[in-house]
Design a protein around this ligand. Structure first.
Ligand SMILES: [Cu+2]
Length: 183
């Protein structure tokens, strides 16, 4: 009876641990909305909320290795696109297949389009509009990539691990106490 209870407890705790691990390893999807428009005849910009485009645009911050979906909303009168590049002065230096549309086939005025990509290694990058001349008119912003977040949220696993060990030790201790009293 005691052995069965112990096995049942161990089984339940194992299942709970497995569920926690599987939930914890499901990576969060980071979604970013980017808005683009001409601010004036000589300044074009990007923003992270509708109607709030600036030049340069707001800094985007990601974690290395995370999956990101960026949606570009074109609120301007002209066609624009989006790409993360390693060099602001070279709009063809695209990183991680992060391009939305292209310089020759950009997102039309009023349109929107998305891309999903996996962020590369930590460092400083830029996002730009690749349409001829638009980056130099101000259509760019900084991209900061932080070091990768651990896949397992270790504090949660430690708590469950400790709970499992404590539960098992408590059971064994009770059994031993009873045996000692009987003897
Ligand atoms: Cu543009």
């Amino acid at each position: 009876m005691k052995k069965k209870k112990l096995l049942a407890l161990a089984l339940v705790l194992s299942i709970v641990c497995l569920i926690v691990v599987s939930l914890a390893t499901t990576k969060a999807q980071n979604t970013v909305d980017i808005y683009a428009k001409e601010i004036s005849s000589s300044t074009y910009g990007f923003g992270t909320s509708s109607g709030h485009e600036t030049s340069p645009g707001p800094t985007l911050t990601f974690n290395a290795g995370e999956s990101v979906t960026v949606t570009l909303h074109n609120e301007g009168q002209m066609a624009h696109n989006f790409a993360i590049v390693s060099s602001k002065s070279d709009v063809t230096s695209v990183e991680w297949n992060s391009q939305i549309a292209s310089s020759s086939n950009p997102v039309a005025a009023g349109g929107s389009a998305s891309v999903t990509f996996t962020v590369g290694s930590a460092g400083n990058y830029y996002y730009v509009c690749q349409v001829d001349g638009h980056a130099s008119l101000g259509m760019w912003g900084n991209v900061k990539v932080n070091a990768a977040v651990p896949e397992f949220p270790s504090p949660i696993l430690l708590v469950f691990g400790a709970a499992t060990v404590t539960g098992l030790v408590a059971y064994f201790a009770r059994i031993n106490v009873r045996r000692t009293l009987k003897a």
